[in-house]
Design a protein around this ligand. Sequence first.
Ligand code: UD1
Length: 419
Amino acid sequence: MDKLLIRGGSSLNGEIYASGAKNSALPILASSLLADSPMTVSNLPHLNDVTTMLELLGSMGVEVMLNDEMEVQVDTSSIKNLNARYELVKTMRASILVLGPMLAKFQQATVALPGGCAIGSRPVNLHIDAMRTLGAEIDIEDGNIKANVKGRLKGAKITFDPVSVTATENVIMASCLAEGITTIENAAKEPEVVDLAKCLIKMGANIEGAGTDIIKIEGVENLEGAFFGVMPDRVEVGTYLTAVAMTGGRVKIKSAKPEYLTSVISKLELSGAEIEIGNDWVEISMNKEKPTATSLTTGPYPSFPTDMQAQFVSLNAIAEGNSTVTETVFENRFMHVQEIARMGGNITLKGNTAVIEGISKLKGAPVMATDLRASASLVLAGLVADGDTTIDRIYHIDRGYERIEEKLKMLGADIERIS
Ligand code: UD1
């Protein structure tokens, strides 16, 4: 199994490009199920989760063609079975995103229930309840969500509690082809929801309010395929910016959308980094020897993203001063804390808060990646640690970071993939 070997101590300097956003690519690929004609998606990141979504579509008989630019053409006219099997769903919970489109377009769907995962129980009750509200009959049988609807889904009012990103996306997709108007209250405001809505509007959907907490969708009779480029990955960009705030140096990230990173950028500025932004680029310089500790609490967009929490635990572990990092979105998203502690980090967990005392140096150690963002935090810790860090189980990183070791190497890090 591949590992990453990092020899800490190099500052990061240079320029890289942001990849396409995983969390936008996945619902957009799922939305191709709604189209009557082929759909082309560009700027797809080369990631295991994207491959899993393409495999999932392929396993249903959908024709998927990939060109050299990672543009994917998806043609659902050849679809044969409306079944998202457990073997694929268990490797990626976002597979649940095919439920809404399949129901809306084909009036039936079987989707394996995703199990628990490393960051908490992560139920899918909101997705199921919402599809029922739109008129679907749903049974849970043999570990599968079995759903069908007689005729079209019916527009309805759906209020989410708690706010959920993929459930909002599932309902938007389902209600695009429903009869009448659907109103989503307490909708997720994440930029990836807006990107999906833009794509669906290009396909012929009638959606208002994406990016606010009330989204209104008026169902149409059919949608056509469109050409759509996925937005840049704000979590990837945030991760590299945080790396530079820890290692020192100066890095420009192109093809980024800094407007989606306001909460992260303001925390990085508080930590002592200087940040300049343009429409589609962001540049960070860190001239201080160490970042200043910055406390934070995660929350739904536009609050500080839970997907950047682990990286900031690493930053605070080597910062000047003490801090607290409070996680409010997921119940158990602190698996990285024990691993950072193996590298010498002084972190105590109190409920959903990590209390962090900044230390002068982490020490390289063998550590284990436990989930996607936790893995990223270990890479950052390795970049500033004394000596060698080997990170095991990096398949987690490959789910969400495109060519991470190549991008970091280009910036001057001493990092390699070993087996
Ligand atoms: C998405 C992102 C993930 C990010 C998360 C929060 C994708 C593919 N993944 O995940 O990277 O960390 O948003 O920003 O876009 N919940 C329920 N019942 C449900 C669904 C969710 O109780 O049916 C709870 C969850 O357990 C969690 C909270 O709602 O506590 C928010 O989760 P949610 O926004 O649904 O996360 P995902 O959409 O799975």
